[in-house]
Design a binder for this molecule. Structure first.
Ligand code: CTP
Length: 388
């Protein structure tokens, strides 16, 4: 068994396996780019000129990790401590229809680099030779800070690369090279051809980034939002606010769609095929936002929504509404029906009414802590018993 502490150990091990099996291996893509830029990246892509799954199992025999294999493309992902190592069989790709997934043919490292999006991502480190293979001048572009496609059909083949160009240009403060920029702008309409899953995936990757706000602003300035959605207006305000212990993509997703109308929820679901959690979060967000501006508040439903909704919904409302939101969010109760039962009241519809009263007391600032909620409940129940 081997213990890998860093990338150098991994390179040594790959070299050893390559020598033994005669299957050539290369470290490629993002991790090479980020290593050269001095940016930490624990997602390692390895291309082998041979069967990726076979190579991955040999690697696994040296390491104590987990493996997931993908038969169709003969690739495998190995998880080892903080590393995620994708082992890919070198391949050539043919795009038969724009924006659809390509057909593949197993091939060599050159073809595998030639199928890639940008020159800075088409660098490979040859572990046997100990040198970087740079077929498309990626090193120079990396030095100059330039995003450049390898060929003029790149964005037509795969319009997700439009989002990727924006992500890399913003993340590293790089320029999109002029010809690439023109090709990119010409292909924006082709985003319509992408499946909902692929568009959602790209949007969520953007929302995960530190500079998500800037990226979304660029997406809007290129009119990409108008290609994806019919009438929905995206919000960029507060997209850069950071909270810990919440799912940043979901939180930013809610901030992004903060001003949505009721009918937009179905459109977002259709255009992005969001999962049930995202769908429910959007509905809760819409309901709570509407209630904030409503004179006759539905206390029961607000209480129940706040109780069950995701933390990200509350954080989104808080960041967008400030003190106004605080007022209802601070109503979140710790007392439950079982606490009322423990205080000697048999289950009945009265439970809901009592909890509503505690909730109101909380949003009005009469009580604040969990203990005060119980004390308040006790008083309410005593009054009830006395028939007041
Ligand atoms: N790639 C591509 N076209 C795409 C997606 C990916 O050519 N539409 C290639 C790129 O060479 C990229 C590699 O596949 O480097 C791995 O993709 P991914 O993991 O998405 O990107 P990373 O380069 O690892 O970058 P990031 O830091 O954004 O994850």
């Amino acid at each position: 068994m081997r213990i890998l502490v860093n990338g150098i150990d991994l390179i040594r091990l790959l070299k050893e396996i390559s020598l033994k099996t005669k299957i050539k291996s290369y470290i490629v893509g993002g991790v090479v780019r980020d290593f050269l830029l001095g940016v930490k990246n624990l997602d390692i892509d390895v291309v082998v000129e041979g069967d990726g799954i076979e190579f991955a199992y040999i690697l696994l025999s040296y390491l104590k990790g987990d493996i997931v294999v993908y038969e169709a493309f003969r690739t495998a992902t190995l998880s080892y401590h903080n590393f995620s190592i994708d082992i890919i069989s070198a391949r050539k790709e043919y795009y038969e229809c724009p924006a659809a997934l390509p057909t593949i043919e197993f091939s060599n490292i050159y073809d595998d680099m030639a199928r890639r999006d940008f020159t800075i991502n088409a660098l490979a480190y040859d572990v046997m030779e100990g040198k970087i293979l740079d077929y498309f001048n990626g090193l120079e572009d990396l030095k100059k800070g330039v995003i450049r496609v390898l060929h003029s059909k790149s964005f037509i083949d795969d319009p997700t690369r439009i989002f990727r160009a924006i992500r890399y240009a913003t993340r590293y403060s790089f320029e999109i090279e002029e010809k690439t920029h023109n090709l990119m702008k010409e292909s924006i309409e082709n985003i319509r051809l992408l499946s909902a899953d692929r568009i959602r995936n790209e949007l969520l990757l953007v929302l995960k980034e530190d500079k998500a706000k800037e990226m979304i602003e660029k997406i809007i300035s290129y009119g990409i939002d108008k290609v994806i959605f019919d009438e929905i207006t995206l919000n960029t305000q507060n997209l850069d606010t950071v909270y810990t212990n919440i799912e940043v993509e979901l939180y930013r997703f809610l901030v992004l769609f903060y001003y949505l109308k009721e009918k937009d929820i179905n459109e977002i679901e259709k255009k992005l095929r969001i999962n049930k959690i995202y769908f429910k979060a959007l509905k809760d967000l819409f309901f709570l936002r509407e209630q904030l501006n409503c004179q006759n508040k539905n206390i029961r439903k607000i209480r129940e929504t706040i109780d069950k909704t995701k933390e990200e919904v509350l954080r989104a409302i808080e960041v967008m509404e400030g003190e106004k939101a605080e007022k209802i969010i601070k109503g979140k109760l710790t007392v439950r029906g079982k606490d009322i039962k423990n205080l000697g009241l048999p289950p009945s519809p009265l439970y809901g009414e009592l909890l509503d009263k505690v909730f109101e007391a909380k949003i009005n600032g009469i009580i604040t802590t969990g203990e005060e909620e119980i004390e308040f409940l006790k008083r309410l129940i005593e009054k009830l018993k006395k028939g007041e």
